[in-house]
Design a binder for this molecule. Structure first.
Ligand code: DC
Length: 216
C-alpha cells in the first residue's frame, strides 16, 4: 500500500504521516528530509548548488537513509535529524530542491525505497510526481498563521531562537518558491482528498485519514 500526503510547510503532514505509519505498520518516508540533508551536505562541503554536476556528484557519493522507521535521518551514518531543521537550512532548502537534476536523483531514490513495501510518504510532490498511482492521496493545508504558530512552538521546544513574525515570513517565502518552481511545484493532485487542518488537532487529522482509508 502507498499512502501519499502532500502539503505546505507546517500543515501537519510530517506528524500525521509518522503517526499513520505507526498505526498502519508501514515505513514512513519523509521526502523533505532528503532535500534537507542534501542541502546540509552541500553547505558543509562548500559545494555551490548552482554547480549542478558537482551537486549531483555529491549526492551520488553520499548515503542518505533513515533509522527508527523514518524518524531519524542519516547522512553517511550520522544522525542529522536536528541539523537539517535549523533556520539556516529552512531559508535555502527551497532553492536547492528546485534543481531538476537533483529532483530526478532524489525521486529515483524515493521510488526505490517505496518499491516493495507499504509506505506512508509525505512531501510536496509525492501525490503528483513520485507516487502518482498511490492507493490513497491526501493534501493537508492550514492558514499561514496556524502553520507559523506550529513551527514556532516546535522550535521553542527545541530551544532554537526564532520569532513568530520571522517564521511566518520564512513560511510565506517557502510557499511561494515551492508552488511557483518550474519542476514538480507543490499543487493539489486532482484525486487527492483535501484536509484543512487549521482548527484540527493531530489526532483529529489522523482519525479523519484513517476513516477515509477504511471507507467510513
Ligand atoms: O517538508 P519539509 O518542510 O521538510 O520540506 C523542506 C523543503 O524540501 C521544502 O520547502 C521543499 C522541498 N521538498 C520538495 O521540494 N519536495 C518534496 N517532496 C519534499 C520537500
Amino acid at each position: 500500500m502507498t499512502l501519499a500526503i502532500d502539503g505546505p510547510a507546517g500543515s501537519g503532514k510530517s506528524t500525521v504521516a509518522r503517526r499513520l505509519a505507526e498505526k498502519l505498520n508501514c515505513l514512513y518516508l519523509d521526502s523533505g528530509a532528503m532535500y534537507r540533508t542534501v542541502t546540509l551536505h552541500s553547505i558543509r562541503t562548500g559545494v555551490d548548488w548552482a554547480n549542478v554536476p558537482e551537486l549531483i556528484r555529491l549526492v551520488k557519493s553520499c548515503k542518505i537513509n533513515f533509522a527508527e522507521n523514518g524518524k531519524i535521518a542519516l547522512l553517511d551514518g550520522e544522525d542529522v535529524s536536528d541539523a537539517i531543521r535549523t533556520p539556516e537550512i529552512n531559508s535555502v532548502v527551497s532553492d536547492v530542491s528546485k534543481i531538476p537534476e537533483l529532483r530526478q536523483e532524489i525521486v529515483k531514490q524515493q521510488r526505490r525505497i517505496g518499491a516493495d513495501i507499504s509506505i506512508v510518504a509525505e512531501g510536496r510532490d509525492v501525490t503528483t510526481v513520485v507516487f502518482p498511482n498511490a492507493d490513497y492521496k491526501f493534501f493537508l493545508t492550514a492558514s499561514v498563521e496556524a502553520r507559523a504558530r506550529r513551527r514556532f512552538a516546535e522550535l521553542q521546544a527545541k530551544g532554537i531562537d526564532a520569532t513568530l513574525n520571522g517564521i511566518q515570513e520564512e513560511i510565506c517565502d517557502r510557499d511561494t518558491k515551492d508552488c511557483s518552481r518550474e519542476h514538480s511545484p507543490l499543487r493539489t493532485a486532482e484525486d487527492a482528498i483535501v484536509v484543512n487542518t487549521t482548527d484540527m488537532t493531530i489526532d483529529q487529522v489522523v482519525d479523519f485519514v484513517l476513516g477515509r482509508i477504511r471507507g467510513l
